[in-house]
Design a protein around this ligand. Structure first.
Ligand SMILES: Nc1ncnc2c1ncn2[C@@H]1O[C@H](COP(=O)(O)OP(=O)(O)OP(=O)(O)O)[C@@H](O)[C@H]1O
Length: 260
């Protein structure tokens, strides 16, 4: 596996708040890395630096060896950094297929040629992506009618339309039922492995993190305090201390017991 993302000594302060301190990590293509930490740990700030929304004070961010630090979001997106958000950003009056078509038109630089509807442009490509995320049967429905779990799949298809090398997922399963969470993350992992996409995701649901991440890193007060396999991180005493009262300790015992 090749090293896709390399982050070194990333720093960001807001006035007196040192939000991200010396964060260093890497991500291999085709793997899922979870970034966890309590509220205010600096997760969103890290994400916003990785996709160009916030300029780091210091540090380097390399995608396939190219330093992207300080580039604007559009340029970062063009280099293959996609992002999904906690609140889905789709066009509710368009059909599911049209939403993916519009994303594809944008990716192919054709968006200025369509005025409000996608017609037949990129249709076959859109249908291929809908098949990939299991939404073929929903293709002609207005997106505003979709169940929440399907909306999240659509959001994944829209993100994939840009052929990302790195996909940043902001709490991908927030608001979903447990069964839907498992399905979405299994699908994401399958697609990431098949297409060699690196996925970095934040998540508050520890079940999702420990089931689906290849590696987990823990941020606390802007600093990475642990990085390893899900099992290593679950067993880390510092991580356990931070997550006491948030379910991790119980969860870890429960899982280790059931794995034994
Ligand atoms: N625009 C801003 N101006 C000032 N302080 C900020 C700003 N954005 C974030 N912070 C502060 O930086 C720190 C890290 O915030 P951040 O939102 O990155 O954490 P987080 O881990 O994403 O939290 P959450 O899980 O609640 O979303 C916090 O102390 C926060 O109050």
């Amino acid at each position: 596996m090749s090293l896709l993302l390399q982050v070194e000594n990333l720093e960001k302060s807001y006035g007196g708040v040192h939000a991200v301190r010396g964060v260093t990590f890497s991500l291999e293509a085709g793997t899922l890395l979870a970034l966890i930490g309590p509220n205010g740990a600096g997760k969103s700030t890290c994400f916003n630096m990785l996709n160009g929304q916030i300029k780091p004070d210091a540090g380097t961010i390399r995608i396939d060896g190219k330093d992207i630090r300080g580039l604007p979001p559009r340029a970062v997106w063009r280099l293959g950094v996609g992002r999904t958000f906690q609140i889905t950003a789709t066009f509710s009056s368009m059909t599911v297929r049209e939403n993916v078509q519009v994303a594809l038109l944008s990716f192919h630089g054709l968006i200025t040629r369509v005025f409000g509807f996608a017609g037949t442009a990129c249709r076959a490509e859109a249908e291929g992506l809908l098949e990939l995320v299991g939404l073929t049967s929903q293709a002609e429905r207005p997106c505003g009618e979709l169940a929440y779990g399907d909306l999240k799949r659509l959001e994944l298809a829209v993100a994939l339309a840009n052929q990302p090398r790195l996909l940043l997922m902001d709490e991908p399963t927030a608001g979903m039922a447990p069964k839907e969470r498992v399905e979405l993350m299994r699908l994401t992992a399958e697609i990431a492995r098949e297409k060699g996409i690196g996925v970095l995701f934040t998540e508050h649901d520890m079940d999702v993190v420990f089931e689906h991440a290849d590696a987990v890193m823990v941020l606390n007060r802007g600093q990475l305090i642990a990085r390893g396999t899900p099992l290593e991180v679950r067993r880390d005493p510092q991580v356990r201390a931070i997550y006491l009262g948030e379910g991790l300790l119980y969860d870890a015992r429960h899982r280790e017991g059931s794995a034994a």
